[in-house]
Design a protein around this ligand. Structure first.
Ligand SMILES: C=CCO[C@@H]1O[C@H](CO)[C@@H](O[C@@H]2O[C@H](CO)[C@H](O)[C@H](OCc3cn(-c4n[nH]c(N)n4)nn3)[C@H]2O)[C@H](O)[C@H]1NC(C)=O
Length: 134
């Protein structure tokens, strides 16, 4: 598990997007992109699972409020491969968070926290960051 990256004190406003580019480790089990207020208050936990917690090639999305996980949303569209490049673009507004994948596929997730500004980003798991673009 790569320690990944954590960024705080961000001020990403509604409508602004950011992109994470990197490479999935060859023996990847899963990786995570978290965005929100802080690590316990996430408007989006984006968790592609290659083989983790019983999920195979499934993207699990969730929110986290004061440390408590919300209800998971699962996506079977899975354009990630171990050892390959990966790119995720995230944009949000008052009602939803949108995740755009390299193959053009878009996933929508409700902004359950009603967050207006993102202050926190972390990328964890079997993923080597190459670039972060705001
Ligand atoms: C079938 C058995 C019960 O359901 C399972 O319950 C697991 C435990 O809650 C679920 O896995 C968690 O799913 C979460 C998203 O809903 C997260 O992916 C969690 O791993 C990340 C994580 C972060 N943290 C954490 N602790 N402290 C901080 N800052 N972060 N703890 N766990 C996973 O351990 C897992 O996704 C879920 N599976 C299903 C099919 O619902």
């Amino acid at each position: 598990m790569d320690r990944g990256l954590t960024a705080t004190q961000l001020k990403l406003q509604s409508g602004e997007s950011f992109q994470v580019k990197g490479k999935v480790l060859p023996d990847a089990k899963g990786f995570t992109v978290n965005v929100g207020k802080d690590s316990e208050n996430l408007v989006l936990h984006f968790n592609p699972r290659f083989d983790l917690h019983g999920d195979v090639d499934t993207i699990v999305l969730n929110s986290r409020h004061d440390g408590a996980w919300g209800e998971e949303q699962r996506e079977s569209h899975f354009p990630f491969q171990p050892g390959e490049k990966a790119e995720v673009t995230i944009v949000f507004d008052a009602s939803e968070v949108k995740v755009k994948l390299a193959d053009g596929h878009e996933i929508s997730f409700p902004n359950r926290l009603g967050l207006e500004t993102i202050h926190f980003l972390s990328v964890e798991g079997d993923f080597k960051i190459k670039a972060l673009k705001f």
